[in-house]
Design a protein around this ligand. Structure first.
Ligand SMILES: *Cc1c(COP(=O)(O)O)cnc(C)c1O
Length: 392
């Protein structure tokens, strides 16, 4: 078989300095070896089962299906993972990989804090040091997650230059990694960054799709007709899509955040409004200003506001295998309230984007059609914000 070169069509690759290239080659080699190492794979399986709470179930959203009055809606319950979202799937994978490589320390950045919490959790469980780089603005905005990260024994490194936000935190984490290559591993938070990260993170997330395929067939006797997942960087979507890519009857739908509108700065819909570009070591669609710099982005769901998207999504869009639809803040909020009341599940604001799109299309489909939503996380983290801004 031809060796995978890190490109999904024209997207992906590794646009990075030479010293980092050596390290990425080492990482790719270790990852490929561990992929077929039965001891590593058994340990990963054991942790997922006894610590993380896998397999996560599929729930039939019977009330929502009745209310929307069309297709039958099912939910893959990634909100039931330990720490409340799919992020632990790759956090545990990356942390275990670091351990097998003999590394002592995990370095990561975080924006809203969810990736930071997942990495700090994985580090605590596996007995590794952990350093989370976070913009000063985000530290002030995301106090509950900052406290969690500290309680879990990780160190927060405040980033106080530029916008003091996610982009600067990524640069700061990368710099720390470059200064400590032998001892540490940089752990990215989605299917982003230079090769091999998009491939690795997708593989660690692919457990979602593998489980879901078996479960939905067992429950309904069929493959789903449509799979819907929200897309920030794209890891939860790739996790569920990957198992169904060769099943041509299954329509794959990513949902991007339209935020407040279509103008630059009002949304974070990188596939719908971006143009090809290179940032943070890989080629994909990037939301850019007139000087070709990544532009400010916005969504009510802080886990979705990133100015680019995983390269494999760019490829799935270009080949037409997946479609990328838009849901705005208001639609996501409506879905957040309706879904909580109707199903007794408070969804993350990110996941509410996927729910909103399902609610939009279900009434247009016949009753025998099956929609499967990837419910990426639970909404407890959003309650303070929701209560303050909109009321409950
Ligand atoms: C981080 C996050 C996302 C967005 O990340 P992807 O890489 O696009 O999956 C979506 N949902 C939840 C609950 C998150 O925490």
């Amino acid at each position: 078989m031809k060796k995978f070169n890190g490109f999904f069509g024209e997207f992906g690759g590794a646009f990075i300095p030479e010293n980092l290239k050596n390290e990425m080659n080492k990482l790719e080699k270790a990852y490929n070896e561990l992929k077929i190492n039965p001891v590593f794979q058994e340990q990963l399986k054991y942790i997922r089962k006894t610590y993380q709470g896998r397999p996560t179930p599929i729930t039939f959203a019977k009330n929502l299906s009745k209310k929307t009055g069309g297709a039958q809606i099912y939910l893959k319950r990634e909100d039931l993972n330990h720490t409340g979202a799919h992020k632990l799937n790759h956090a545990i994978g990356e942390a275990l990989l670091a351990k097998y490589m003999g590394k002592k320390k995990l370095i990561a950045e975080t924006g809203a804090g969810q990736h930071g919490v997942a990495m700090a959790t994985a580090a605590a469980y596996l007995g590794l040091e952990c350093e989370i780089h976070m913009g000063q603005t985000d530290i002030e905005k995301q106090q509950p997650n900052v406290l969690r990260i500290k309680l879990l024994g990780a160190k927060i490194i405040p980033v106080t230059h530029g916008q003091q936000s996610l982009k600067e935190a990524v640069d700061s984490a990368f710099e720390a990694y470059l200064n400590d290559l032998d001892n540490s591993l940089y752990c990215i938070g989605s299917v982003l960054g230079p090769h091999p990260f998009p491939l690795m993170v997708r593989d660690y997330q692919s457990i979602i799709g593998l489980e879901a395929k078996e479960q939905i067939i067992e429950m309904t006797g069929h493959l789903p007709d449509k799979i819907i997942a929200c897309v920030g960087g794209g890891s939860n979507a790739m996790g569920i899509f990957s198992a169904f890519i060769n099943d041509k009857s299954v329509e794959l739908i990513g949902v991007e955040p339209l935020g407040k509108g279509k103008k630059l700065g009002e949304h974070a819909a990188s596939i719908n409004f971006g143009t090809t570009g290179i940032m943070q070591g890989f080629k994909s669609f990037v939301i850019q200003d007139e000087n070709k710099n990544p532009a400010p982005v916005y969504s009510i769901a802080s886990g979705l506001d990133y100015p680019s998207v995983g390269p494999e999504h760019a490829y799935l869009h270009q080949t037409g295998r997946a479609k990328y639809e838009l849901i705005n803040d208001k639609e996501a909020l409506d879905a957040f309230y309706t879904f909580s009341k109707t199903e007794g599940i408070i969804p993350a604001l990110e996941s509410a984007h996927a729910v909103a799109h399902a609610m939009k299309i279900a009434p247009t489909l016949p009753k025998e059609k099956i929609i499967l939503i990837n419910l990426s996380g639970r909404g407890d983290k959003d309650l303070d914000f929701i209560a303050k801004e909109f009321g409950v």
